[in-house]
Ligand binder design. Sequence first.
Ligand SMILES: *Cc1c(COP(=O)(O)O)cnc(C)c1O
Length: 367
Amino acid sequence: MSWRGIIEAYRPFLPVSNKTPVVTLNEGNTPLIFSPRLSEMVGREASVYIKYEGLNPTGSFKDRGMTVAISRAIEKGSRAVICASTGNTSAAAAAYAARAGIDCFVLLPKGKIARGKLAQALMCGAKVIALRGNFDDALRLVRDIGENYPVAIVNSTNQDRIEGQKTAAFEIVDVLGEAPDYHFLPVGNAGNITAYWKGYREWREAGRSKKLPKMMGFEAAGAAPIFHEKVIKKPDTVATAIRIGNPASWKQAEMAISQSHGLMDIVTDDEILAAQKWLAMNDGIFVEPASAASIAGLIKCLGKASCRKCPLAAELRASLLPKAVTIVCTVTGHGLKDPDVVDLHHLKPVTVWPSRDRVIKAMGLSL
Ligand SMILES: *Cc1c(COP(=O)(O)O)cnc(C)c1O
């Protein structure tokens, strides 16, 4: 039977009943792609897989949570939803709200949203309100308005979002036949790391796996409140989707890290951009900058510079790493979301007159 979205696939494990009107765009079931080069970098028998969440209907993992959040909002009689967003939440909320035929309000930091994401929200009919402030201001206002007006909040403070997002962990275990040893992912508001950890635990309890992965979260160096254990007033990073100074799921993320014996670390913008380019050039997978934080994190752990707290680096040093170690890196959003990033990589076409000699020369072949 064809794929009908995460609610139909994992219904008994989600907060839905027969009465819930399912609003879906057939999200989920994203590919888990083996990366030969990353695997080789880890070890001869190691396997590194990339969970390519950019292939969801609106181009990010946010669709997994949004199908549940919007379906439940409709069930409870909501006719409007609101969210604060660094971009992808608004793209998903706008699409699912359009599908459901309800209003969608989006509060976002002015001028800080990648072009593709803003286009998606506008095209799907959301009322987009740009704030002269940051994401944290937007979330504060959304919470206030959601409590005082008849609009449902669909940020990841909404538990339904976390429930939907945990299905990515189910899918990984279902494909591999077991949980991986390590799971790397970018951290912004920390909803996703919370959701994956919940998903892995529930799937083990359901008898689908015997082990649990170590959760390896990576914040951008300029927006790393959990790593530094303090609110960051003016978060700054090229990775706009994780430009967050006061994460909603802070405590839950810390729990995921400590319970799984994982790590919360940081990657610089240079490391993020280098990883983004590496992944595109070596695996043909073009992701947005925030998504590359997981790849940058893995590369950092493999390097000598990695910190003493890192369990992967420690196991590598002590030759304790299982030979056939399995690692999954989630790449959270599609590269086309943020096409302007190509300028930061100083990449552009070569322009020539339409003659054979000019083209041959531009190709780097000898005349
Ligand atoms: C939302 C988002 C993140 C951050 O996820 P959190 O759940 O907020 O930690 C990372 N990457 C992309 C592309 C996103 O859209």
